[in-house]
Design a protein around this ligand. Structure first.
Ligand SMILES: NC(=O)c1ccc[n+]([C@@H]2O[C@H](COP(=O)([O-])OP(=O)(O)OC[C@H]3O[C@@H](n4cnc5c(N)ncnc54)[C@H](O)[C@@H]3O)[C@@H](O)[C@H]2O)c1
Length: 448
């Protein structure tokens, strides 16, 4: 592989920049970079930028040429504050992007943030994480701090880092440090600055935990230490399983409220006035992204091996997976109430990204809804200013509708409401199925 690193001429002065090195006991042999980030995606790139902003010398390792080109041309999906950081970083010789894993030898600490998806059978797909960890292990040097941040099963850091490192003669807690720290970033949401979201960390040994905690403290305000790798891994699985179960409950309550003729959002808002013992979750058309639809399956998968049942989690994940089909059924019902059939109906899905203000289509319920309606004979288009095109499960690339009035929909599904999304074109003639459950004053609105 070729190094894609470029060294621009300008090194701007940067706020918060300091020459302090990362913890240096035992001494680093290779410390050209304070930190290397493996995988510059939705998690890795903002993390790399946060470290750079805090004054660290950052190496980003990324295997996708398209992603590297996107980063270099600044055509990536980031919060505005991170866009400003990227512009700054790309001008700095202390921010390098490479596709050569041997460069990892030059970093004092390595953080792995590559995808951990599930396959079509909802089985964890560990191929990318295994390959990334194999690169990290092959290039590990004594003194380095290696940290996994991708969500995975309990025991993963032991299996993919600790054991292979030992086989190479690198002993965690002695010649090298190994830790797990789950990532908590929320792309598209600027209410919680990356730096102020506490990080949980667990080490292979107490000294690993301490050293990893110092690495995280370089950019984050608060680090919460747990006693083991397994406790840190399980913390992330709990966080996202908690969300999955509560979203499944919110969806069920939404269906109950509709049956009883009670406005569900009013009920949730009212319950949320209780200052303890209640946390609001909103219903919706399903869940997407790389966390909630996937992470609990890592837990269920490993429990299967032990023949341990987790009926509540299993039921929640089943309900969540069935939600897009529920939307398709509801479309059919709403059209029928209006004297129309699904076959031949023109349906426009507004917002196909899985959540507001990101261009991320991974696991988006919209894709399943579109295909489900097409299977029933509807003509389906979508409108999304952040996603000009979408790849369907069958591989088709579908272009977004540019003019909703020209598309002339008989039914509009509000799926994801990006901020600033123009819905002023919706008029009396448009029947609207609001799957977002966000308030909207349009003449003919029904909820899911
Ligand atoms: N996206 C989120 O909201 C979010 C939030 C918290 C945690 N996570 C977790 O973080 C992890 C990463 O998720 P993401 O959303 O950033 O994924 P992503 O797909 O956006 O980015 C991952 C990047 O890693 C690159 N990559 C894959 N294998 C590589 C390798 N061997 N070497 C170098 N680069 C490699 C890919 O090309 C891609 O650009 C996952 O485990 C996910 O569950 C994601």
């Amino acid at each position: 592989m070729t190094s894609l690193e470029t060294r621009p001429l300008v090194t701007p002065a940067r706020r918060g920049r300091s020459s302090a090195a990362l913890p240096s006991s035992p001494p680093f042999r290779h410390d050209e970079f304070d930190i290397a980030i493996v995988g510059l995606g939705y998690v890795g790139l903002p993390t790399a930028l946060a470290y750079h902003h805090a004054g660290a010398r950052v190496l980003g390792l990324e295997i996708s040429p398209q992603r590297i080109a996107g980063i270099r041309s600044e055509a990536v999906d980031l919060l505005p504050s991170d866009h400003a950081r990227l512009t700054e970083a790309l001008r700095d010789p202390d921010f390098a992007i490479v596709d050569d894993p041997t460069m990892l030898r030059r970093a004092a600490a390595v953080i792995v943030c590559v995808p951990t998806p599930v396959d079509h059978h909802l089985v964890p797909d560990l191929a990318m994480l295994s390959a990334a960890c194999a690169d990290v292990v092959a290039n590990a040097v004594p003194g380095q701090i290696l940290m996994l941040t991708s969500t995975s099963y309990v025991g993963c850091t032991e299996d993919l880092l600790v054991t292979p490192l030992r086989e190479r003669g690198l002993i965690p807690g002695e010649s090298i440090s190994v830790a797990f720290s789950p990532e908590r970033i929320d792309p598209g949401n600027d209410s919680f600055e990356h730096e102020f979201v506490p990080r949980v960390v667990g080490g292979a040994t107490p000294s690993c935990e301490l050293r990893a905690s110092a690495v995280l403290s370089r950019y984050t305000a608060r680090v919460h230490r747990v006693e083991s790798l397994a406790a840190a891994e399980m913390t992330k699985l709990l966080e996202n399983t908690f969300r999955a179960v509560n979203i499944a409950l919110a969806n069920e309550v939404a269906d109950i409220c509709r049956e009883l003729g009670v406005p569900v959002t009013e009920v949730i808002d009212a319950a949320a006035t209780k200052p303890y013992g209640f946390m609001p979750f909103l219903p919706g058309p399903g869940v997407g992204g790389h966390c909630i639809p996937c992470d609990p399956h890592y837990l269920l998968w490993q429990l299967k091996e032990r023949r341990v049942a987790a009926p509540m989690i299993t039921q929640a994940m089943t309900e969540i997976a069935a939600r897009p089909a529920r939307v398709v059924d509801r479309v059919s019902q709403v059209l029928s109430d209006a004297g129309l059939g699904v076959r031949g109906a023109r349906v426009l899905v507004v917002g196909v990204a899985y959540k507001p203000d990101v261009a991320d289509l991974r696991e988006s319920p919209a894709l399943e809804i579109i295909q489900g309606l097409e299977r029933r004979g509807a003509t389906v288009g979508f409108l999304d200013p952040l996603c000009p095109q979408a790849r369907m499960a069958d591989g088709r690339i579908v272009e977004a509708v540019l003019d909703p009035l020209a598309f002339d929909p008989q039914l509009v599904i509000l799926h994801t409401r990006h901020h600033g999304l123009d819905l002023s074109w919706i008029g009396e003639e448009h029947l609207v199925l609001d799957a977002s459950y966000r308030e909207l004053a349009v003449p003919r609105r029904v909820t899911l």
